[in-house]
Design a protein around this ligand. Sequence first.
Ligand SMILES: [Zn+2]
Length: 112
Amino acid sequence: MTRVKIPELDFQYGIKKDVYYREHQNRTSIVRIFCRECGTKLLLYQKDGKQGWLKWCYFDRIIKPWFNSRNSNMQCPKCNRVIGKKTVRKGRLSYEIIRKSFKRRTIVRVKG
Ligand SMILES: [Zn+2]
């Protein structure tokens, strides 16, 4: 298992390498997502596949949320902007991310 150190976590995160990971050419990255409006940190996320656009956040790839994940939307806890809407994508619970509502920063890239 590939373990990576992430500053926000006091343990080493084990990269999830399952069927979805393999469907994305065995590459992934860990990203931080921020509210574009006010800069508040919203979540740590394992994004499978190429860097590319972030259109969906699958629940099983959320490493750590800073928003209220019991709400149906992903919403900034500070300015209340809606960042994503809960939906089901290809049988997986996910948030459909609203374009231009967020910023992201890549922390780690993993391949293989
Ligand atoms: Zn905000």
